[in-house]
Design a protein around this ligand. Structure first.
Ligand code: NAP
Length: 297
């Protein structure tokens, strides 16, 4: 096999940001700036880092960014009141509540409180319904649409391709499957969703032209899951001890990259792969929400 094409998130995201800068010029000409509000409840360090990078990216792009940090003790009525304020704020086009929330706050209640027209994370039932119905006025969840965009960037033909997605979460696996099975460009695939109850998983995965791993188990997908010439998208982000630096950790994916890559036509790395796309698609959804507000005026 020749070397695989490594689909780097930064290269794909750069394309998305180029498109956004053109959109932004059109918004600026109409005196509007896309605005994103991110709410963080509590002080989980990983969540803090995610929120900071979303805020940074907004500012880099020239979007309006509002970061709302609430204490871990925040009660549901207070959080819902903040969301309601943002729902009514015309400067805010997108609202994201950073997950996971402290245990006493019900995530579904919180997601449902966001105006679906501002739900740029794409997790409100209205937007998930639109995803199922292939209604383009909805917002697709960011990580799945990032994966689709990576396939597009790498020139991977999806029409008629056999896709196996390992993982059935709404956030990732199920939504990626829905995007790729939809009618249209960069979709039209034949999709199988696998999960922890799937039998003979390696054999099933070997049938895939495109294999997508969204499991959350380090190095789970080994070479025997992958057929020669397949395209592999690794969504997994797992923090493990770094043997090269005792006492430190590192991020790895769900795919055993070193042994899988030589079999592939194309593959995404971890870090530097899908993770980078999640923020890019969040920005794209925010711009889309802004555009839809303008169109409705
Ligand atoms: P999740 O909700 O825990 O779902 C994991 C899925 O993997 C479940 O459907 C589970 O099956 C399946 N699974 C677990 N063990 C399995 C096994 N032995 N064989 C087959 N399937 C198995 O996780 P998630 O939110 O989808 O996230 C998945 C991974 O993606 C995590 O590493 C997460 O950190 C990462 N992630 C990355 C990004 C990004 O920006 N790159 C964004 C979101 C998530 P059951 O349903 O049967 O339990």
């Amino acid at each position: 096999m020749t070397e695989p094409f490594v689909i780097r998130g930064a290269d794909v995201a750069a394309d998305v940001y180029r498109e956004l800068s053109v959109q932004l010029e059109a918004f600026t000409a109409r005196g509007v700036r896309p605005g994103l509000a991110v709410i963080l409840v509590g002080d989980d360090p990983a969540s803090k880092a995610y929120v900071a990078s979303k805020d940074r990216k907004c500012r880099e792009l020239g979007f309006y960014s509002l970061k709302l940090e609430l204490p871990a003790s925040t009660q549901l009525p207070e959080l819902l009141a903040e969301i309601e304020k943002l729902n009514r704020d015309p400067a805010i086009h997108g609202i994201l509540v950073q997950m996971p929330l402290p245990r006493h706050l019900d995530e579904q209640t919180v997601i449902r409180a966001i105006d679906p027209r501002k739900d740029v994370d794409g997790l409100h039932p209205m937007n998930l319904g639109k995803l199922v119905m292939e209604d383009p006025t909805g917002f697709a969840p960011c990580t799945p649409s990032g994966c689709q965009r990576m396939l597009q960037f790498a020139g991977v033909a999806t029409a008629g391709a056999r896709v196996v997605v390992i993982g059935r979460s709404l956030l990732v696996g199920k939504s990626i499957a829905l995007l790729l099975v939809s009618r249209g460009t960069h979709a039209d695939a034949t999709v199988t969703i696998a999960h922890s109850r799937t039998r003979e998983l390696p054999a099933l995965c070997r049938e895939a032209d495109i294999l997508i791993a969204a499991i959350g188990k380090p190095n789970f997908v080994t070479a025997d899951f992958v057929r020669d010439g397949a395209v592999v998208i690794d969504v997994g982000i797992n923090r493990v001890p770094d043997p090269a630096r005792p006492g430190h950790s590192k991020l790895i994916g769900d795919v055993a990259y070193e042994e899988v890559a030589p079999r592939c036509k194309a593959i995404t790395p971890v870090p530097g792969g899908v993770g980078v796309m999640t923020i890019a698609m969040l920005m794209a959804n925010t711009a889309k929400a802004c555009g839809m507000t303008l169109a409705a005026l």
